[in-house]
Write a new protein. Structure first.
Length: 417
């Protein structure tokens, strides 16, 4: 059962105008409100781009590219919230596109380590530390539920922290901000744990707070390059637009990247391949065989488990595949819809001697029937197709091959060796 969470609060947009950053200068002395001299660029935007790319030159290039088109693009949007949403979304999209064309360099620095995280943990950690305001807004920007946002943040912490450090499992505690800004229910949950006399209860929260505070301080200390500051100062602002664009960043995120997942499957592992939700899977497999649009896009051969960036750029959040499918080679990808349900569709190179295998991935968030029971591989026959289904509480993965159930079981056994 999902624990109740209160991420609600003032919109991230509300603070951008009111509270300047400590290292951000105001308008030039004597300049009017809509001066022709642009204020300092927002350091948090640069930090966000740096965490998402892991490369200082790439972060600068991402922002240069965005601000080259920002006046024209933002002039078409009415309302400051929509403009800020556009800005933050562009930072993430441009960073992901850069990653598609470049291999981030290995680095022991915090930005390098964050950049090496898989999606959505990478983006969740970056916006958590670079944006203030309601966590609902941040989760919505990334196309995640509240619980999924907290889970991805926990995964990022676990990957960045020293081995053996234990953090809280409670969803409310996972989104605690030791630098301030917790919502009421989060603050109440933190106080309850801190009041406990049991070290076993207080130690994980204390470890998380210490780690978050250290990472946050290190991120806040990242200075925007002088060359980038000089470039932005030279950009002539549009009246009524750049004054809003270059305000301190408390980012407003109200972006829906994907349609809310509809009713799907309710899987429970049983013998013989018969399980609740099988009919829904069969309908999806049938729909995939008939879906011609959009066409499959060829991709540079890559491990199926490393395609999260590609799918984020296509508007599909939460892509993940289970072992042993994470290491099989993908040669083509697309995103199509089964009704209102986005489906990540991956064409696989010959795997375990089988040609033409397909991998279908979709999310099970917001199931009207309740929480999906996780299960191992369930294999069944559908006409000339053999199908293997795997699920956890957030993702369903279906492997489809032409053959029979015995062929599928041999394929899975081969991959698991």
């Amino acid at each position: 059962m999902q624990m109740p969470c209160d991420f609600a609060g003032p919109s991230v947009a509300s603070g951008i105008v009111e509270s300047p950053l400590p290292n951000q200068s105001a308008r030039p002395s004597g300049a009017p409100h809509e001066s022709s001299s642009a204020p300092e660029p927002d350091g948090e935007w640069y930090r966000l781009a740096l965490l998402l790319t892991g490369d200082a030159a790439a972060a600068a290039a991402v922002l240069e590219k965005i601000f080259a088109v920002a006046p024209d693009e933002l002039a078409q949007l009415r309302g400051r919230e929509r403009r800020r949403i556009w800005l933050l979304r562009q930072i993430r999209v441009q960073a992901l596109q850069w990653r598609q064309e470049h291999e981030p360099a290995d680095s022991a620095s915090l930005p390098g380590r964050v950049s090496a995280l898989p999606e959505p943990a990478r983006s969740v950690f970056a916006v958590f530390h670079c944006a203030e305001g309601g966590l609902d807004d941040l989760a919505e920007l990334l196309g995640l539920s509240r619980a999924a946002f907290a889970k991805a943040l926990a995964k990022a912490r676990a990957a960045l922290a020293p081995e053996g450090v234990v953090f809280p499992e409670n969803v409310l505690l996972r989104v605690h901000r030791p630098w301030g800004g917790d919502r009421a229910k989060v603050a109440k949950a933190v106080r309850a744990v801190e009041a406990s006399p049991e070290p076993a209860a207080t130690a994980p929260l204390a470890a998380q707070a210490a780690a978050d505070a250290q990472w946050h301080a290190e991120i806040e200390a990242i200075a925007i390059p002088e060359a980038l500051v000089a470039l932005y100062r030279a950009v002539p602002p549009r009246r009524g637009l750049w004054g809003q664009l270059f305000q301190p960043a408390v980012l407003a995120i109200a972006l829906a990247l994907v349609v809310v997942v509809g009713a799907l499957v309710y899987l429970a592992r049983t013998r013989g391949g018969d399980f609740p939700g099988r009919e829904a899977i069969e309908a999806m497999v049938e729909a995939e065989s008939e879906a011609s649009e959009p066409p499959m896009e060829a991709v540079t051969p890559a491990a199926a488990g490393k395609l999260d960036d590609w799918f984020v750029l296509k508007g599909f959040e939460g892509y993940a595949v289970p072992p042993p499918m994470d290491k099989v080679t993908a040669i083509g990808c697309r995103v199509w819809k089964h009704g209102n349900l986005p489906v990540a569709d991956v064409a696989l190179r010959k795997v375990a001697g089988v040609e033409g295998a397909r991998l279908l991935v979709f999310r099970v968030a917001d199931l009207p029937t309740g929480t999906l029971e996780p299960g191992g591989w369930r294999v069944f026959q559908q006409d000339e197709w053999a199908v293997a289904v795997w699920s956890d509480r957030e993702t369903v993965c279906a492997v489809v091959i032409q053959g029979d159930s015995d062929d599928m079981r041999r394929l899975l056994r081969t991959l698991e060796r």
